[in-house]
Design a binder for this molecule. Structure first.
Ligand code: TYD
Length: 196
């Protein structure tokens, strides 16, 4: 990690990605961009482990509620009917719980990805949270079509295949939550000499 722009980020193939046989495809899309896997494992996480992975602060939970509300508002769907509440904190708490339920139904593949602007690059490759809004060419845009208008109404999490850290702080916290220092490996990709 000698270049200043080189970062590490945490990425996870969620249960739907594992169940659909997309582990290889998801990793391929990051490797082909020059990013490199420096830690990798399959885990069947406990409810407690997943719960501690996701933030617990009201700001994050309200934002989760709002993301779904925006879709309902765009579609003219009654918030109270769809979510049972018009309060973004209450809605966010429900979504957070559905998310934890979903993340523990099958194994996940956790990894640390390293590379130039890795956090932003991975988020671009993955695409935005809501598959119905994700552009074609992103992982979520190419392989999923779920929406709050389907998922939240069915009282389940959106199936969007991948998790990727958003901020530097989130990446540091998540890497430490899923991996010990010994599980992360420093190694060089010889093809980087031709790429940079
Ligand atoms: P978030 O952190 O906003 O997205 P991202 O995964 O892109 O960082 O949301 C966390 C997860 O919550 C998201 O990946 C899927 C799930 N979720 C729902 O199940 N329903 C919803 O309405 C929203 C907004 C998210």
């Amino acid at each position: 990690m000698t270049r200043p722009a080189v970062e590490r980020t945490f990425v996870m193939v969620k249960p739907d990605g594992v169940q659909r046989g997309l582990i290889g495809e998801i990793i391929k899309r990051m490797e082909q961009r020059g990013l490199q896997v420096v830690a990798l494992k399959m885990v069947k996480p406990s409810v407690e482990h997943v719960s501690a992975h996701y933030p617990t602060d009201d700001v994050w939970i309200k934002r989760l509620g709002d993301k779904g509300f925006n879709v309902f508002n765009e579609l003219g769907i009654d918030l109270k009917k769809a979510m049972g509440t018009t309060d973004n904190l209450e809605a966010g708490k429900k979504v957070r719980q559905w998310l934890i339920d979903y993340m523990t139904v099958a194994p996940v593949v956790a990894m640390v990805i390293e590379g130039i602007h890795a956090r932003d690059m991975v988020r671009k490759i993955v695409g935005p949270t809501l598959p119905n809004k994700a552009e074609i060419g992103t992982i979520r845009g190419d392989y999923s079509v779920d929406s709050p208008a389907a998922a939240n109404v069915e009282k389940r999490s959106i199936k969007n295949l991948v998790h990727a850290s958003e901020t530097k702080e989130e990446a540091e916290k998540e890497i430490a939550h899923w991996f010990s220092a010994e599980e992360i490996h420093e190694w060089d990709r010889p093809d980087h000499k031709a790429m940079f």
